[in-house]
Design a protein around this ligand. Structure first.
Ligand SMILES: *Cc1c(COP(=O)(O)O)cnc(C)c1O
Length: 360
């Protein structure tokens, strides 16, 4: 077996311990004589899996009792529609557009109501987070929307926008469980799990109870109505059992490893190793304004496409894989989520130093 350091933005690296446990339990989950993949989602065994997963997630994020946790399908992209369908009373919402995922959510919401772009960082290839301390938010906007960590561009809201009393909705796909957060500042927080938690195809939505209601936009499909899912404990139809199970194992791994404050510490430590090197390098450059840097996704360039390609190729040969940047930014991107060990980042930087010596 030859495991690599996988810097993919998503689906991304998972903790080895979790993969091993899943492998151990693949043929016989908990003495049932069958795999979790072969089991009824209405069985006692699966009930235990989803209930424990929710309980552990609530503990990790300290989710207040007046929030529901939903395990939904359709990925984060499905919530781009579910958010306006469930939340638009006045058919108006404010969007902060800081990258492609925010833009997609903004465009999707236009199908359902009036969407107002209240801030935007497209003028500099989304390389910064705009000042959101005094936004011109329409009085009757139903919510203010952000993508909290911009996976493609490597920026992060280190301060949440002043929503002026409006409900805040955040797509946290690529920073989910990377550090402690105060859930009460959000009306809705959701994320596709395949970035920092588990296998693709599951989105976890954490929703303040008063937003789970019967009054949704006309035409909202039963499946997309949060109330349907909340009333049925995320088991209205067959859920993504496998992903829920793996996420549950990851929650246990997080708890065993000191929870989210420890993750924050480790993530800061890892990111610092890489950013410090980028700041000192003459060959490589980070593409993001310093104060807006993400701890999770780190894009960087050499300024020379051929050299970028060579770097990715040689890194791959060293077992440092999936470093090619998103096509809209070019260059490289290292995604260093919870499951990436410090040794992986150290090995990457050592390789970058050697590459710079040779090509700088
Ligand atoms: C990957 C990603 C998405 C899309 O997730 P899907 O589950 O594929 O729909 C949305 N938002 C952010 C921030 C992402 O990183």
């Amino acid at each position: 077996m030859n495991r690599v350091y996988n810097f993919s933005a998503g689906p991304a690296m998972l903790p080895e311990e979790v993969l091993k446990q899943a492998a151990d339990e693949m043929l016989d989950f908990g003495g049932s004589g069958m795999s979790i993949n072969e089991m009824s989602h209405r069985s006692k065994a699966f009930d235990g899996v989803i209930e424990t997963a929710e309980k552990d997630l609530r503990e990790l994020l300290q989710i207040p009792d007046n929030y529901k946790v939903l395990f939904l399908q359709g990925g984060a992209s499905q919530q781009f529609a579910a958010v306006p369908m469930n939340m638009m009373k006045n058919k108006k919402a404010a969007y902060i557009v800081t990258g492609q995922w925010a833009k997609k959510a903004f465009q999707e919401a236009q199908i359902y109501g009036e969407t107002v772009k209240v801030a935007d960082s497209s003028d500099q290839t989304f390389s910064y987070i705009p000042d959101c301390s005094n936004l011109d938010i329409p009085e009757d906007a139903d919510y203010v929307y952000i993508c909290e960590n911009n996976t493609i561009y490597g920026t992060k809201f280190h301060t949440l926008p002043d929503t002026k009393g409006h409900d805040l909705v955040a797509d946290v796909s690529s920073c989910f469980l990377s550090e402690p957060v105060d859930i009460s500042k959000y009306a809705v927080m959701y994320g596709g799990v395949q970035k920092n938690i588990g296998p693709a195809g599951l989105v976890i939505s954490i929703i303040r109870e008063d937003l789970i209601r019967d009054e949704v936009l006309p035409g909202t499909p039963t499946m997309l109505k949060w109330k349907t899912q909340a009333d049925n404990g995320s088991l209205y139809n067959t859920p993504n059992c496998w992903s829920i199970y793996i996420c549950g194992l990851v929650f246990q791994w997080l708890k065993k490893n000191g929870g989210l404050s420890e993750m924050k510490k480790r993530n800061e430590e890892k990111a610092k190793i890489l950013y410090d090197y980028l700041d000192s390098s003459k060959l490589f450059k980070g593409t993001v304004r310093k104060e807006d840097r993400s701890l999770m996704n780190v894009p960087f360039v050499t300024g020379d496409d051929a050299l970028n390609d060579l770097f990715v190729k040689e890194a791959t040969a060293q077992g440092l894989v999936s470093l090619k940047g998103h096509r809209t930014v070019g260059g490289m991107r290292a995604s260093i989520y919870n499951a990436m060990p410090k040794e992986g980042v150290e090995k990457l930087v050592t390789f970058m130093e050697a590459f710079e010596k040779q090509h700088g």
